[in-house]
Design a protein around this ligand. Structure first.
Ligand code: SF4
Length: 217
């Protein structure tokens, strides 16, 4: 099977099982941006609490956060961990977006304090509808286990380029695909995989896989 067809089949297997994921759950563009910082190294449940706290204090905008004091923000986002670092990152990002209304470039985002590839790409895809494929720990895990022609790679940019060059640049597809991979990672493809019943389990497909526990087409 050619790689684009393989990825399409992978996507439709996940979509059929998990359905639409409705990502990113946010009311404003800036809420997505703040969420992308807050979600670093924590669960989404903790991010929801912090977002709620910021909303209650009317602090969830670039204008409000850019001038907020760290001591005000610390207790509001403490639940997300690394709260001192994240406070600084939120303020820096807010200052940037207060000055810049247009879609940022990837390079501009990567220059910001604490913004790496995954955060920058999440902001571009989910806040600014740019066709950039987000690679996270769940994507890397899937790539490592599922027989895709990029499985030896663990490098962010190589994996991102693999998805982008084998899929049409469809923002809706990229948003949904990433969210579905996260769902797969949370439910089945965990650090210790629970392959029984996984939508990618090999018993459904004709090809054998190379090295992966049980998945493949
Ligand atoms: S079959 Fe197992 S290793 Fe393969 S994607 Fe599913 S959970 Fe992960």
């Amino acid at each position: 099977m050619r790689t684009p067809a393989l990825l399409k089949k992978l996507y439709s297997s996940l979509y059929t099982r998990f359905g639409e994921q409705h990502w990113w759950p946010a009311e404003t563009k800036f809420e997505v941006i703040a969420g992308a910082i807050l979600t670093q190294q924590t669960s989404w449940k903790n991010v929801e609490k912090a977002i709620e706290n910021l909303k209650k204090k009317n602090l969830l905008s670039a204008k409000a956060l850019a001038t907020a004091s760290p001591s005000t923000l610390h207790p509001l986002i403490r639940c997300t961990g690394f709260y001192k670092q994240k406070t600084k990152r939120l303020i820096d990002v807010a200052k940037f977006f207060q000055k810049n209304n247009s879609t940022p470039t990837r390079e501009q985002l990567l220059e910001l304090n604490g913004v790496g590839f995954e955060t920058a790409d999440s902001i571009l895809l989910y806040a600014f509808n740019q066709p950039v494929f987000v690679v996270d720990v769940y994507t890397k895990r899937l790539v490592e286990r599922f027989p895709l022609p990029v499985r030896e790679e663990n490098d962010y940019e190589t994996i991102r380029f693999f998805f982008q060059s084998n899929l049409s640049p469809d923002v809706k597809l990229f948003k949904e695909f990433h969210a579905l991979i996260v769902e797969l990672g949370k439910n089945f493809c965990k650090a210790k995989p629970s392959c029984a019943g996984c939508p990618l389990e090999r018993k459904w497909y004709v090809f054998s896989c190379v090295g992966a526990p049980t998945c493949g087409f």
